[in-house]
Design a protein around this ligand. Structure first.
Ligand code: PMV
Length: 317
């Protein structure tokens, strides 16, 4: 029994989305988190394995290693939200992920989604997309404090979305676009960066509000460009979003370096993606070959890893 969940990137609107502005996120389907459950009648204890950390843990032990706390939270959440009892022996769960951790690619949301999916599958219970979004949001709160909900929504749906905190999401149908993602290699805690923005917002409310609104307007225009296949316009909007993120104080020299490298090599636009202050940037390329070329240049400029991804109508399904 197997479940997967994709990575994601935010194309427009990070941070402003926390303040109820619209934002756009897309799944990155070639980079995934995985979970499997094997049944084994000889297993007296249920066992969980977090392969990336080399941890195998029996659930009958009292103490829980920090690295698998996420799994335990998910299991308890599913126990509370399903009427059928969860078998207390005879199964082994394994979790692993190719999504870089704390780099703005939704690693924690993908683990939340994949765990809920596999537990529901194991219990043979129906799981609607909206239930998956709601349950994974509960787990995201445990990690981030006050997440907007965009990460777990795009990952649950596996489709590009326009998201607004108080309005919900709308799946949209983009034309084809090729992106390159570059990882600075610097991990950051989303909750800390969001808190720092909130502290600066409280000190300069009017100007931060204006920046959030400008970002919201860029996101709305971005939706049109994505839907109509307007490559140059999309690139310009990404650059504009980046300068607004810089004004919010969430860029960093390492991100700027990779962004400039992409632009110098013909990217139509580039910006940080996710919370910023490290993590990843994303650049828009003309073609898949161009995306591969930018990817090589980003690696030469110090990117720890790169991903080329294509957004197209109907992908993610
Ligand atoms: O860096 P990530 O993938 O955790 O994305 C954070 C996006 C923010 O808008 C900064 C926070 C949020 O909850 O939406």
């Amino acid at each position: 029994m197997k479940a997967t969940a994709p990575a994601k990137i935010i194309l427009f609107g990070e941070h402003a989305v926390v303040y109820n502005q619209p934002a756009i996120a897309i799944p990155v389907n070639d980079v995934k988190a995985f979970a499997t459950i094997e049944t084994d009648a000889n297993l007296d204890d249920p066992v969980v394995r977090a392969d990336d950390f080399g941890i195998e843990h029996s659930l009958n032990k009292k103490s829980v290693p920090g690295k698998i706390e996420h799994i335990m939270k998910a299991l308890n959440l599913v126990r509370e939200n399903s009427n059928s009892g969860f078998p207390d022996k005879g199964w082994r769960l394994s979790v692993s992920s190719k999504i870089p951790v704390a780099r703005g690619m939704g690693s924690s949301a993908a683990i939340s989604v994949v765990l809920i999916k596999i537990f529901f599958k194991y219990l043979k219970l129906d799981l609607s997309p909206s239930r998956l979004i709601d349950l994974s949001y509960e787990l995201e709160k445990f990690h981030h404090g006050t997440p907007s909900g965009i990460d777990n929504a795009v990952i649950s749906l596996g489709a590009p979305i326009l998201f607004q905190k108080e309005k919900g999401f709308k799946v949209f149908h983009p034309k084809t676009f090729h992106f390159v993602i570059g990882d600075t290699g610097i991990g950051k805690k989303t909750a800390t960066v969001v808190k720092d923005v909130a502290a600066r917002y409280r000190k300069a409310m009017a100007s931060y509000k204006a920046i959030f609104e400008a970002i919201g307007s860029v996101a709305n225009q971005g939706l049109d460009a994505l839907s109509l296949g307007q490559h140059k316009k999309l690139g310009r909007l990404m650059n504009l979003n980046q300068s607004l993120l810089d004004e919010l104080g969430v860029s960093s020299p390492e991100l700027e370096h990779l962004i400039h490298t992409a632009l110098e090599n013909g990217a139509l636009g580039a910006k940080l993606c996710g919370a910023g202050k490290g993590g990843c940037m994303v650049a828009l390329a003309d073609s898949i070959e161009h995306a591969e070329k930018i990817s090589v240049k980003l690696s030469e400029a110090g990117a720890k890893q790169t991903f080329v991804t294509t957004l197209k109508r109907g992908n993610g399904k």
